[in-house]
Design a protein around this ligand. Structure first.
Ligand SMILES: [Zn+2]
Length: 151
């Protein structure tokens, strides 16, 4: 399995994620990232928001709506694009994966993008992949239209 070492967004895409993260605060937002792995770079072509359908503890847990994923996979059939990852927010926590995130990382090909929202403001975004050798997350670069990002 090939893992990239950078994920690239347009400014509009990262703004969309930041706005969702702020709107969901103090709960977690989540969604899927569509695109392709070109060389070592995950290029995002589309950000697809999902309701956070977790039943309890939405302030520190998330679950992408399975129907959103099914519909999206149907849309992407016969295209060059696929689901390359997902994103969720961390209300009042940093943009690094939690132990819960690690326990839920069952799909090692997916990039995890986490947005830190502090006091209602999106402050930081970071990308992570699961390193198959260590079984831990490894942070990758996150770029927005050429600029090293964040909010
Ligand atoms: Zn998390």
């Amino acid at each position: 399995m090939i893992l990239g070492d950078e994920i690239r967004f347009s400014a509009g895409q990262i703004d969309q994620i930041g706005a969702e993260a702020e709107a969901a605060y103090p709960e977690e937002c989540c969604g899927l990232l569509v695109g392709a792995l070109n060389g070592h770079v995950y290029e995002v072509s589309r950000v697809v928001a999902s309701p956070n359908v977790v039943e309890t503890r939405a302030h520190d847990r998330f679950e992408v709506d399975p129907q959103v994923r099914i519909d999206l996979m149907r849309d992407l059939r016969h295209t060059d694009e696929s689901i390359i990852g997902h994103y969720h927010s961390h209300p009042d926590h940093g943009a690094h994966p939690s132990e819960t995130d690690l326990a839920q990382a069952h799909e090692p090909e997916l990039v995890w993008v986490i947005i830190s929202v502090l006091a209602g403001q999106a402050r930081e975004s970071a990308g992570h992949v699961l390193d198959p050798e260590t079984g831990r997350f490894r942070q990758i670069g996150l770029r927005v239209d050429g600029a090293v990002s964040g909010f």
